[in-house]
Design a protein around this ligand. Sequence first.
Ligand code: F6P
Length: 344
Amino acid sequence: MRVGLLTGGGDCPGLNAVIRAVVRGGLAAGDNSFLGFRHGWAGVLDDDAFELDLASTAGILPRGGTILGTSRTNPFLEGRDGVAPVRDTLATRGVDALIAIGGEDTLGVALRLHEAGVPIVGVPKTIDNDLGGTDVTFGYQTAVQIVTDAIDRLHTTAESHNRVMVVEVMGRHAGWIATQAGIAGGADAILVPERPFDIDQVVAHLRQRHERGRSFSIVVVAEGATPLDGTLQTQGDAPTDAFGHVRLGGIGVTLEKELEARTGFEARVTILGHVQRGGTPVAFDRVLATRFGVAAMRAATAKRFGAMVALRGTDIVEVELAEALREPKLLDPALYETAELFFG
Ligand code: F6P
């Protein structure tokens, strides 16, 4: 069988581990060959691809990023027919199955193609951990570790200067990274997209902490967090990508100013940004990505198209792409309630 691979959307630690696992698992299983499409759906639309084999996937397990490159190209942008060019490329290249590794946008395209009869299997990827159908996505644990390490470092400088440190982290729809790393790092307030925040409440937490004799605080805010209606002026319009998502970032800057003005405590913001996606995956993500890659190859071999591999408990399973994409996986309220016990 000839298998095509692509990585789409934001990059994510563990992508290379998936690619390696598909190739190694596929070579061990039989007479298979592999074609890597460059830069997500762009590579399929432009027929831009290269051969993947033992040599070209050697040494990539611990490497961040993706050897295939990635993009947010949308084959269905502005009503375009993405099906025909994808079909053409797969036919020209003799590809029997495509493994698409990506988040809601990349897999949303995969689902549309599957519904049109294109043979596709999905692998869930996002550091945000907000994809349905799977308990967890690879890359998420690495991001949480990076943010936790950053919070630890910010603690010592916050304490030395008696400052409020605002840490802005990724999380467009969901506050998984903010909450998990906030708990691990001992944050004094955590603001997430699922719960519009009350700035007065955040101020109250910081005051309460100072009244207890603590002279510094850490506030973790997800980039997608918003204030309760009408309580705070935030930044204006931002550009959108090919899937219509606004480029986020900047809520931390607003909070830095507001918290300093409202509490009188000096404040500083750190926007961790793409640091959270860069570099080597932690062991958990390497193993999960490897298991996903092996399972995706098995699904493709068995022609279980339209499936997405997933983690449920400790098992790797297959779910329907349609089911996984039905709605985003938002933060577990119980996790946030645990975090809240430590605010203020
Ligand atoms: O991978 C998801 C994500 O990390 C979001 O949290 C964030 O909004 C987005 O990617 C930003 O990615 P880029 O700057 O590459 O468009």
